[in-house]
Design a protein around this ligand. Structure first.
Ligand SMILES: [Zn+2]
Length: 109
C-alpha cells in the first residue's frame, strides 16, 4: 500500500464524519448508487480502500462493500460493533457488520 502523509482538505461535514467519527446521513452520499468500475479511495489520504467489485446495494442508504482491500483498513472494537478506519491516516470510515447474509462474503462495510 502506498503510504501518504499529505492529507486532503476536508469540509466541516467531512471532518465531522472522518475525524470525529460521526455518521453521514443515509441516502445523501454521492456514492450510494454508484455502479461505475473503479477503486474507492480514502477521502482524507487517497489510500485505496475498496474495489467496486466488492460494492453491493445493501438498501441501507450508505455505500456498502463486502470486502476491504487487504491491509487497507484497521478494525477497532466499538460498543456492539466494529469501527473501520483507514490504516494509513486513521480516518473514520464507518463500521463493519457480519452475518447479515447480504452477500456470499457475509460482511458489510
Ligand atoms: Zn486515509
Amino acid at each position: 500500500m502506498k503510504k501518504n502523509n499529505k492529507f486532503n482538505e476536508l469540509t466541516k461535514e467531512e471532518e465531522r464524519v472522518i475525524i470525529d467519527g460521526g455518521t453521514e446521513m443515509a441516502f445523501v452520499g454521492e456514492f450510494v448508487d454508484k455502479k461505475e468500475v473503479g477503486d474507492y479511495l480514502c477521502k482524507r489520504c487517497d489510500a485505496v480502500l475498496f474495489e467496486s467489485t466488492a460494492k453491493f446495494d445493501s438498501g441501507t442508504g450508505w455505500p456498502s462493500f463486502d470486502a476491504a482491500i487487504e491491509n487497507s483498513v484497521k478494525y477497532i472494537k466499538d460498543v456492539g460493533s466494529i469501527e473501520v478506519r483507514c490504516a494509513n491516516c486513521d480516518a473514520h470510515l464507518g463500521h463493519v457488520f457480519y452475518n447479515e447474509s447480504m452477500t456470499g462474503k457475509n460482511a458489510r462495510y
